[in-house]
Design a protein around this ligand. Structure first.
Ligand code: GSH
Length: 303
């Protein structure tokens, strides 16, 4: 079944998944989504989730880079994203790169990039609830200090001359580390000068970027929706009886991100484990789909 990535080219989170597709040398179809709301084709598939990227495999829709990475690993175990049994470590490390590292970088990108069009700035002001846009101009040195400290951590991880963060094999840890650096080069004013201080980081970044993006082909949003409509979602997920919420398959539920951009998605519970929650829903233009989220970082509640 074809892998379809819904993304836009300058999205740092999408760059994580493009690099994962590169590491695994996979062929995939690329659907370009709008950078700002409304995103009627994307939300038709997801039931409301608007973030970038989203992976579609037939009528199964995977939201959030954490869930997407786990799905790529399940379907295509080799080469692994998690060398040396590093899955748990990497998933925990994601909190560092998504929060401490990415957020200061996002603030810098929005606060120093004068080329951003007004509609994107307006959308992100409402979306990135973790940034105080009123005080942003005065907070730039503070964010720079924070971001530079995270860069120094990366440089330190490479200080014994290793090729990749966990040793000689590239993996998800490298992708987590590199995506804020990628954002810095493209979007933060004087980003290259900021990075130049860290020589080891530059050589490592080149090695990680050399993973490439796999083999990409463009697809229209209409074609992607038609693929979802004609596919049957994979059913038969597991509902953990020991889960504290005590839910059963088929229960009406709502899944909402615990952080910014929290749009609830509703449907019937399909699967619930320590690592995923999935719901079945019906879209007018796509028919029945199953939407998958990570369990960590998402509220699940009965409606
Ligand atoms: N936790 C999400 C975060 C994704 C995220 O924040 N993506 C940014 C783009 S880099 C976004 O959605 N921006 C607003 C948009 O694309 O509409 C993940 O890991 O996928």
């Amino acid at each position: 079944m074809d892998l379809i990535l819904h993304h836009f080219d300058i999205s740092p989170f999408a760059e994580k998944i493009r690099l994962a597709l590169g590491l695994k040398q996979l062929a995939w179809q690329s659907v370009q989504i709008p950078m700002v709301m409304p995103k009627p084709d994307l939300t038709e598939l997801t039931g409301g989730y608007r973030k970038t990227p989203v992976l579609q495999v037939g009528a199964d829709i995977y939201c959030d880079t954490q869930r997407i990475a786990l799905e790529l690993e399940r379907r295509f175990p080799q080469p692994t994203l998690f060398p040396g049994q590093s899955r748990g470590l990497c998933l925990a490390l994601a909190h560092w790169s998504d929060v401490a590292f990415f957020r200061s970088g996002a603030a810098l990108s929005l606060g120093t990039n004068d080329a951003l069009p007004e509609d994107i700035l307006r959308d992100r002001r409402a979306f990135f609830s973790f940034i105080d846009f009123e005080s942003l101009p005065q907070s730039i040195p503070d964010y720079l200090a924070e971001f530079r400290s995270q860069l120094a951590l990366l440089d330190d991880m490479l200080s014994d001359g290793r090729a990749f963060l966990l040793g000689e094999q590239p993996g998800w840890a490298d992708i987590l580390g590199v995506f804020p650096v990628w954002m810095c080069r493209g979007n933060i004013r004087d980003g290259n000068a900021l990075l130049a201080e860290f020589a080891r980081l530059f050589a490592w970044e080149k090695r990680v970027n050399a993973l490439g993006h796999g083999s990409r082909q463009e697809l229209s949003a209409e074609e992607a929706l038609a693929i979802a409509r004609s596919a049957v979602p994979a059913s038969g997920g597991e509902v953990d009886e020991r889960d504290p919420l005590g839910l059963r398959r088929g229960d009406p539920i709502r899944v909402t991100s615990r952080d910014y951009g929290a749009v609830p998605v509703e449907g019937a519970l399909e699967s619930l484990t320590v690592s995923e929650v999935a719901l079945r829903r019906h879209g007018e233009r796509v028919g029945e789909v199953i939407v998958h989220f990570p369990r960590t970082g998402y509220h699940v509640e009965k409606t």
